[in-house]
Design a binder for this molecule. Structure first.
Ligand code: F6P
Length: 314
């Protein structure tokens, strides 16, 4: 099943988890519409027909949801009865930490083991360096910012581009570096507008004609930074909020390959008798950690990335 915010890479993960499970002698099923589908019993056999032609598609063909009802025991019981009826004894959930916590509660209630595959463009799940969907989102942002640079340069303007990421600045930092933005504001780094203004003034004197700033949505600075560019830097400034375009698009090669590897690791973990584990990718290797341990880890963006971006915040 896929659950929570959709992310590119969910479909290849669904396909490879189901196909690998078959290879391991299991009988896989697909849950539609996430936790809601579990409650309603929207569950189908993972036939070749359902699994073909989905690999390259963005979002999730199974559908997803953020179900408040799953917090209530009576609805979790209904979900358990649906699984029991169909003889389903293990779950693979592709989603974020909210979905993993929900299934952890489900495991505590009814003992159904699950393996979680991290998927969110925010890349903010503790314990893993990578979540499915991030590379596709970054390429989407990169493409958009490259386009904005064309018009910014042609018109000698300043542009603020706001990226998603909730409270995490990973998308903003990585795309600021990849697109050569002059300014980057994220929740993880203390910024200094006076020092940025001084730096930009000098660059303008040396011939800089346009300016790109990438701002993480978690800073809430998109509009005020745009006004500041007008007022303090004296530049004609525009704001582009990229929004949900970052969540769509065909998964990149990296997301597809990572999806295969996460899926195999999830099925292997369940086959090995693991119960409530999240599959993680750390320092180049796959592993799994208990969801309980994740709750104790605070997510931190890679310190090297923060260091590289500090110069863009002051
Ligand atoms: O968690 C993924 C994400 O796209 C965040 O980056 C963003 O803040 C949020 O979901 C948007 O949520 P919704 O799709 O409910 O508007």
């Amino acid at each position: 099943m896929t659950s929570g915010g959709d992310a590119a890479g969910m479909n290849p993960a669904v396909k490879s988890a189901a196909e690998y499970a078959k290879k391991c002698g299991m009988e896989p099923y697909l849950v539609e519409w996430g936790l809601r589908g579990l409650i309603e019993g929207w569950i189908h056999a993972a036939t070749s027909e359902r699994l073909s032609g989905i690999l390259h598609r963005g979002g999730t063909v199974l559908g997803s949801s953020r179900s408040k009802r799953f917090f209530e025991y009576q609805f979790r019981k209904k979900a358990f009865e649906n699984l029991e009826k169909m003889g389903i004894s293990k779950l693979v959930v592709i989603g974020g930490d909210g979905s993993f916590s929900a299934l952890n509660q489900f495991h505590a209630d009814f003992g159904v083991p699950f393996a979680g595959i991290p998927a969110t463009i925010d890349n903010d799940i503790p314990g893993t360096d990578y979540c499915l969907g991030v590379d596709t989102a970054l390429n989407m942002i990169r493409q958009s910012v490259d386009c904005i640079r064309d018009t910014a340069a042609s018109f000698s303007r300043a542009f603020v581009v706001e990226t998603m990421g909730r409270h995490c600045g990973y998308l903003a930092m990585t795309s600021a570096l990849a697109t050569g933005a002059e300014i980057c504001l994220v929740p993880e780094i203390k910024y200094d507008l006076d020092s940025i203004a001084e730096k930009m003034r000098l660059e303008k004197e040396q011939g800089r004609r346009y300016l790109l700033a990438i701002v993480a949505e978690g800073t809430g600075m998109g509009e005020s930074l745009t006004r500041w560019m007008n007022d303090a830097l004296g530049m004609d400034a525009r704001l582009t909020v990229l929004g949900h375009v970052q969540r769509g698009g065909s998964p990149t090669v990296y997301d597809r390959i990572m999806a295969f590897k996460f899926a195999v690791a999830a099925i292997d973990a369940l086959s090995a008798g693991k119960t409530n584990q999240v599959i993680v990718f750390r320092d180049g290797t796959f592993g799994n950690i208990a969801i309980g341990e994740i709750a104790d880890i605070k997510h931190r963006v890679d310190a090297n990335l923060i260091e590289l971006c500090e110069g863009l915040s002051r």
